[in-house]
Design a protein around this ligand. Structure first.
Ligand SMILES: *Cc1c(COP(=O)(O)O)cnc(C)c1O
Length: 397
């Protein structure tokens, strides 16, 4: 067997950008040659406090010297404390810990099915999800994801999901067909192009769920942990959920996911119904605990609200001035900029200027600054964007 520099031992699941990142602090990462980048991807909405935040680093180092893992057969104080913080700061009562967003959604989907049976409604086996959603890459969460390109090649899909159009008022009537146990919804579709849900639409959806005893399950894997300016996005919609799933920002980059539920629903998970070897182990929950304490103690959410409003306004100003920008959308620091032309080219242009950004779909740039980013960093980003737009101005505008 040989391994050349062009041939990797890794599977080709990613088209990787040609830089090797070796260090990070705050809003910045460095590559192996010492080149510094402003990271406005935050590891895909994961490093919400920036890279290697001091408060989490200290707690992780302490925990490294104590205990990493012991299995969920024993009581884990960090896990108890993190669950307490999450439930005290949300409308949910109980928490199940896992390692990723897909696993959190898997847990929610299992819980919804079990809940229907426990309610004496065994015919209720269907879960409604929405077109252009993203719920994960496992067999079941891929089926929950209503995007054909993600299903391609992986049939037969797990059954039991019904897809409705997003932000479509008429489609709400189709939610309850007598067999529906739950709705699984992103309040801002992240991977699907950064589309926030309309407040009125979500409120109507909530009413329909309540009237028909259908569980409202919010996939806050990307929108949660302060990303949108409130701890959870649902808090800006004037609604309550029966279930919320979390992951990305919860552990500041240490793998940690969670599924939160109201007590009456959580009751359907009893010993033997669900579990995870690693889920919520002492090391991961020490990172989760420090992350949550930091977000709640310091004025981080206020920074998101204030600076994201400024950023959105500035981006809309650029849209007026440059024909390359089709639309600007978002909530808090989850921002989509739909471009006229290929988004991959824009990502490369930013990278050459030392700024990392993402895509969401074929035409949309996705900007995910750390929640701690400063006004100066945002101004730098805007100056570079304006320069790039001037250099590559659409000729026909
Ligand atoms: C990223 C994401 C997931 C999947 O999370 P993983 O940790 O990659 O399994 C699920 N739902 C949403 C909304 C996401 O953004």
């Amino acid at each position: 067997m040989s391994n050349t520099t062009t041939q990797s031992a890794l599977m080709s699941t990613y088209n990787r950008f040609p830089i090797k990142l070796v260090k990070g602090k705050g809003s910045y990462v460095w590559d192996e040659n010492g080149k510094k980048y402003l990271d406005y991807t935050s590891g895909i909405a994961t490093c919400n406090l920036g890279h290697v935040p001091d408060s989490v680093q200290v707690k992780l180092k302490e925990q490294i010297d104590l205990l990493w893992h012991c299995s969920n057969l024993y009581e884990i104080p960090n896990q108890e404390n993190l669950a307490k913080i999450l439930t005290e700061n949300s409308c949910l009562d109980n928490v199940f810990f896992c390692n990723s967003g897909a696993e959190a959604n898997e847990a929610a989907i299992k819980l919804a099915k079990k809940y229907a049976k426990d309610q004496g409604k065994p015919n209720r086996t269907e879960i409604v999800t929405f077109k252009h959603s993203f719920h994960g890459r496992t067999g079941t969460t891929m089926a929950a994801t209503a995007q054909e390109k993600i299903h391609q090649g992986f049939t037969p899909l797990t059954s039991g999901f019904r897809y409705l159009p997003y932000n479509d008022f008429a489609a709400l009537e189709a939610i309850n067909n007598g067999n529906t146990t739950a709705v699984l919804l992103e309040l801002v579709q992240g991977e699907g192009g950064v589309h926030p849900a309309y407040i009125d639409w979500v409120k109507q959806l909530e009413s329909i769920c309540k009237e028909n005893d259908i569980l409202l399950m919010l996939d806050e894997v990307q929108t949660g942990i302060g990303r949108t300016g409130t701890l959870f996005a649902y808090q800006q919609y004037g609604i309550e959920a029966d279930v919320i799933t979390l992951a990305k920002g919860l552990g500041s980059g240490v793998a940690l996911g969670a599924m939160l539920a109201k007590e009456a629903v959580a009751y359907s998970f009893q010993p033997g119904t669900h579990g995870s070897t690693f889920g919520g182990n002492p090391l991961a929950t020490s990172a989760g605990l420090a992350t949550m304490e930091t977000i709640l103690q310091e004025d981080i959410l206020a920074n998101v609200v204030e600076n994201s409003e400024w950023l959105l306004e500035e981006l809309k100003r650029l849209k007026q001035a440059f024909g390359n920008i089709v639309d600007v959308r978002g909530l808090g620091f989850l921002i989509g900029i739909e471009m006229m032309d290929d988004v991959g080219t824009w990502i490369s242009r930013f990278r050459e200027k030392g700024i990392l950004v993402l895509s969401a779909g074929a035409k949309t740039l996705r900007i995910l600054p750390p929640l701690t980013t400063t006004k100066e960093e945002l101004e730098y980003f805007m100056n570079v964007f304006q320069e790039l737009l001037s250099d590559f101005k659409e000729d026909n505008v």
